[in-house]
Ligand binder design. Sequence first.
Ligand code: PLP
Length: 395
Amino acid sequence: MTDWQELESKYMMTTYKRLPVTFVRGQGSRLWDDAGQEYLDFFGGHVVVSLGHCHPEVVAALTEQAGTLMHYSNIVYTTPQIELARLLVENSCLDRAFFCNSGAEANEAAIKLARKWAKEHRDGAYEVICAENAFHGRTLATVTASGTERYKAPFTPLPIGFVHVPFNDAEAIRRATTEAACAVLLEPIQGEGGIVVPDDDYLRQVRAWCDKQNLLLILDEVQTGIGRTGALFAYQHYGIEPDIITLAKGLGSGFPIGAVLAKEHCAVFVPGDHGTTYGGNPLATRVAHTVVKYIVDNDLSAQVAAKGNRLGRKLLQFEDRFDFVKAVRGKGLLWAVEFNQEMAEEVTLACLKERLVVNNVRPNTLRLSPALIISEEELDEGLAKLDKVFAMLSA
Ligand SMILES: *Cc1c(COP(=O)(O)O)cnc(C)c1O
């Protein structure tokens, strides 16, 4: 049998620390490795496969579009991107869409949009107020906007124009606001930071401040968007309307795509300002249209909310039962189990042995993000495996 892990170490850049498993096939919430072993997926390849692996409607749309028109550039009109834009706009508070290929690119575009808007509406202000512990991507601008110093240090000098304040502290944003500020950029729930859920009135306070100061509120919904938290977009939980949101991950359920949605008043790009060769191509946007339409038509968000409540209730029991479980938090199907020690990698590897895929999002925090279509039986099956691993580790 081919030793893929050996070949990887020979031929690929050493960019990733990988789990010792090679997946070759997926179906729904199940995965199979190169030895034919079956796994239950509670991670979704970084919170991406919203409809599970190889969802039949997604596969049908992808193969049909692949045989019809895979790509043409944005120098002409193509139809799937217009249909996707309409679907996203009609189901959100935003008015216009721009498509790209990833979350980082979506945030990069949102930052450029905010800067251009500020040239016209805020006297050339350019500074973006971001949160500590945030994650917005790995391009130079988005890694600068992120709150993790370790990701930035090797790549200095970094672009200017980003300041950081503690998350879930609206007063800190007020204090950090100067003439130079043009926007506030936040994840509604911090994902890579360890599923940090803010207080219920945080975003309302931030929105009020942005209104008062003429700042744009940009929400990075790359991880929280498209049904993940039990609403189509996480901002909908908090009774506010952002000026701009960014999407990726769950939008394509495995096919690479990113999007920026903006209100009319700040959708200020004109021809030549921004662009991408692949962004919005027929294949990617046809797939994403199928994903979003499936979620909307089947009201998957409501199902996610119900499944999430149930999952959360059961996870909370671990808090009482195991000394090393410090806190459980989350929303919808995006949950974290925080430990009182750095044992998340050990738990992840032990779960893998039990054929359950989870993610050590932080050294002391486990992330659970199963597909939106996961069944209650599969949720219980995963919880039983996690229970077994925790019991083993506490013995
Ligand atoms: C994953 C993620 C990104 C980056 O997306 P890429 O597609 O990896 O560029 C940005 N923001 C948030 C909140 C994310 O979770």
